[in-house]
Design a protein around this ligand. Structure first.
Ligand SMILES: [Fe+2]
Length: 301
């Protein structure tokens, strides 16, 4: 079911309303409680809506880190981020993004690296779903942009689909590190220990969603070192061509955060990126939980 994005909210299940906010994907959902005791039926509805709309916005709720973790765990086991200093001391599953430092936590702050990606593509089994909560939200900037990589794949011409069919891209945390170094001078070099822990991983360039069967473009320009069988330059040209197609305005939803918004997205179907904010004037603190791969699909199968 696709709704016109100008439609009013409709009832998705008793007490749960949904309103599509972008032409091909993304919907605002109200009525699903975000805590560990959420009912099975409510959770099933949410997962069904996530598969249908790929990005869900739960607007302006007040969620504690404990509730966010407990709710997220209902979707599957959670990843612990590779940078432990960016996680909450009492909830290691919560990865903090922004420019706030408190209680032994230093939020992850990068600038200049706003690039399209899906979370943890450098893991052998990348994350299914991410949940991102606005704890402290600047009054301007810092939007999160989503690209509908599923609709973008559908819209490719047949010749392009045939050209990229079966290609595998190599994703590497070290590539991301190298990419970000010029923008973040002083960052520690990628250690031998990290290299051993995070070897390059090959992923399908066109991935097939395990539940919906829909194909999408798996493009992470700052994480992909190259496409197997192609040199770096040719790889970058192809990735850039596909990315320019995918981040066209008709496939993009930009989320302007209000305090307490929770956005849940399906890493297997969409890409996302950050946008800048004035960190010299404003504070920002976002909590992210990340559901391990092969969890949410298994649940709905
Ligand atoms: Fe991300």
């Amino acid at each position: 079911m696709q709704l016109p994005h100008t439609a009013d909210a409709i009832q998705a299940a008793p007490g749960i309303t949904v309103r599509q906010v972008a032409p091909s994907f993304a919907a605002e959902v109200a009525g699903v409680p975000i805590h560990g005791d959420v009912g099975e039926a409510q959770l099933d509805t949410l997962v069904d809506l996530l598969h249908r709309f790929r990005v869900l916005i739960v607007p302006e709720i007040a969620v504690t880190p404990g509730d966010l973790v407990a709710f997220s765990r209902r979707l599957g086991p959670l990843e612990i981020h590779s940078n432990i200093e960016n996680t909450l001391r009492d909830h290691r599953e919560v990865f903090c993004v922004g420019n706030v430092q408190r209680d032994g936590m230093k939020a992850s702050f990068s600038t200049g690296v706003e690039q399209w990606h899906a979370d943890s593509s450098f893991r052998e089994v990348p994350s299914d779903v991410s949940l991102f909560y606005g704890e402290i939200v600047p009054p301007e900037g810092a939007q999160t942009m989503f690209a509908d990589a599923t609709a973008a794949y559908d819209a490719l011409d047949d010749a392009t689909k045939a050209r990229i069919d079966g290609l595998r891209a190599v994703h590497s945390l070290e590539t991301l590190h190298e990419w970000s170094l010029p923008f973040n001078p002083g960052r520690a070099p990628f250690s031998a220990e990290k290299r051993a822990m995070w070897p390059p991983i090959s992923q399908d360039l066109v991935r097939t969603h395990p539940v919906t069967g829909a194909k999408s473009l798996y493009l992470c320009p700052s994480v992909i070192s190259h496409i197997e069988g192609m040199d770096r330059a040719a790889s970058q040209v192809l990735i850039a061509e596909l990315m320019a197609h995918t981040d066209a305005p008709r496939f993009v939803y930009s989320h302007a955060w209000r305090r307490g918004d929770l956005v849940i997205w399906d890493n297997r179907a969409v890409l996302h990126t950050a946008s800048l904010f004035d960190a010299s004037r404003y504070q920002r603190l976002m909590y992210r939980t990340t559901v391990e791969g092969n969890s949410v699909g298994a649940r709905a199968a």
